[in-house]
Design a protein around this ligand. Structure first.
Ligand code: DUC
Ligand code: ZN
Ligand code: ZN
Length: 480
């Protein structure tokens, strides 16, 4: 089983060069010009287009049971949508119910994901705490290739991780060589503001951003970063949407702390005016957490990406259709939180990032695949075009155009938050595990073609962190 991608310009996170890429048995076997390949190799003619590592979306929720319903894109339709947009791998989230065994939940999600058409891995959420959770975290790291644990600082009375849980879990992550990640919103404040806003008679989607203002995110980001700093653990903040969080991350980094930041394609280009839409369904379709922000925050996110304060881009793909959103018709707190985007992320970032001059094509690769692969310890297996790497690639036409729309997307929902956006820069062929998986609008990969990928613990990196803590415990907590 071999495939030659001929005539493209290879673009990696650090360089661009003319080369053909030859793939054998799912891996990249050779890179160069005039490669000597068997006569029966399948050929994709890149015709002068770009060839980049397939996108890795580090934050999706396929088939998530959430707020009384289940997200519409399952692992098959969601990963297919990813392939259609040039994304070849996702890292989704196992979210155990409080008191549920982590391993039981992990196996449940693994079962659901067997029908994936593209590769997948899992972060596991810590939604409660006792000794069994501590033990099972160890087993997930040592046996099941999990090296990241997620903590929801919001969603009180459901999956919220309180400070005591953060302290226990971050400490355990440090012991195991795993990275703690957080959804940073102060859940107590969100709950309080929701009751206050409902009491004022505000029940529509406009109440959603009012109940989750930027300061609520900024407080949680600062708190999570401070806890990690005190314990000497690294930390990864998912879906950073507020300038306050970017500032907190930059401040910590400038003080020598290992803090990583992710932002979403949606937060980079949409603002909170979407919640003022006179059409309830359109406003509700944008309800996600954290919410879309006043315009100025977008600027902070772009600058964060440009400066390297933020490292990765994701989507938080969690697709609910209008019928599901209608559960919150009379109470915005009951609108299932979530928006889609796994299919549009690369084109939106190319259009708004590369075409505007904010990002170079190499920086685009860094923030759409390579940085994620490095942070979650699967580089250079993924996020790279190198001999021996997984043959997950996207042939990219920088001059190709498209109008993003729910009428043409692959996702299972009836709404597209990027509706009507014209993009120049689109995938033409997506190669996953050395096979043409999607080409010119046609899905070629089949259910089950996607494979689970392990993410090993960060042994040497964590040894260094632990040594630093032992040698200089007071310095590790010093700020300013
Ligand atoms: N935010 C969402 O909008 N949906 C799923 C979970 C989350 O944190
Ligand atoms: Zn979240
Ligand atoms: Zn999420």
């Amino acid at each position: 089983m071999s495939l030659l991608i001929r005539g493209g310009t290879v673009v990696t996170h650090e360089q661009s060069f003319r080369a053909d890429v030859y793939c054998v048995d799912g891996k990249i076997a050779a890179i160069g010009e005039n490669l000597d390949v068997p006569a029966d190799a399948e050929v994709v003619d890149a015709g002068g287009q770009l060839l980049m590592p397939g996108g890795i979306d580090p934050h999706t929720h396929m088939q998530l049971p959430f707020m009384g319903t289940v997200a519409k894109d399952d692992f098959e339709s969601g990963t297919a949508a990813g392939l259609a947009g040039g994304t070849t791998s996702i890292i989704d989230f196992v979210i155990p119910a409080p008191q549920q065994s982590l391993l039981e939940a992990y196996h449940q999600w693994r079962g659901w994901a067997e029908k994936s058409v593209a590769d997948y891995s899992f972060h596991v959420a810590i939604t409660w705490w006792d000794d069994s959770v501590r033990e099972e975290m160890g087993e997930l790291v040592s046996k099941y290739g999990v090296n990241s644990f997620k903590h929801f600082m919001a969603y009180k009375n459901a999956i919220m991780a309180t400070d005591d849980i953060l302290v226990e879990s971050f400490s355990r992550c440090l012991e195991l060589g795993a990275i703690p990640t957080v959804h940073a919103e102060n859940g107590e404040l969100v709950y309080h503001l929701q009751q206050q806003i409902l009491a004022k008679g505000i029940t529509g989607p406009e109440g959603h951003p009012q109940s989750r203002p930027p300061v609520v995110e900024g407080e949680a980001s600062n708190r999570a970063i401070s806890i990690a700093n005190t314990l000497g653990a690294p930390i990864y903040l998912v879906h950073v949407s507020a300038e306050e969080s970017v500032d907190a991350i930059r401040y910590a980094q400038n003080n020598g702390q290992h803090v990583f930041g992710e932002c979403l394609a949606g937060h980079l280009v949409l603002d909170d005016s979407v919640y003022q839409d006179s059409d309830w369904g359109r406003a509700a379709a944008h309800v996600m957490s954290p919410p879309f922000r006043p315009k100025g925050h977008q600027d902070a996110l772009w600058k964060g990406l440009q400066a390297g304060t933020l490292h990765t881009t994701a989507t938080d793909h969690c697709a609910f259709c209008s019928e599901q959103k209608a559960a919150g018709k009379d109470d915005f707190t009951k609108i299932p939180n979530g928006t889609a985007g796994v299919e549009e992320r690369l084109s939106v970032l190319w259009q708004k990032g590369v075409n505007s001059g904010k990002l170079t094509p190499n920086e685009f690769v860094a923030i759409t695949s390579t940085n994620t692969a490095k942070i979650f310890n699967v580089f250079p297996q993924k996020g790279a075009i190198a001999v021996g790497s997984d043959a997950d690639l996207v042939v990219w036409d920088p001059a190709g155009t498209k109008t993003l729309s729910a009428d043409t997307h692959m996702s299972n929902i009836d709404f597209n938050i990027f509706e009507g956006m014209q993009v120049t820069g689109i995938p033409t062929t997506t190669v996953a595990n050395g096979k043409v998986a999607w080409q010119e609008g046609e899905l070629k990969a089949k259910a089950g073609d996607g494979q689970y990928f392990n993410r090993p613990a960060y042994a040497s990196y964590y040894d260094a962190l632990k040594k630093r803590n032992e040698l200089a415990a007071p310095a590790a907590v010093k700020r300013g």
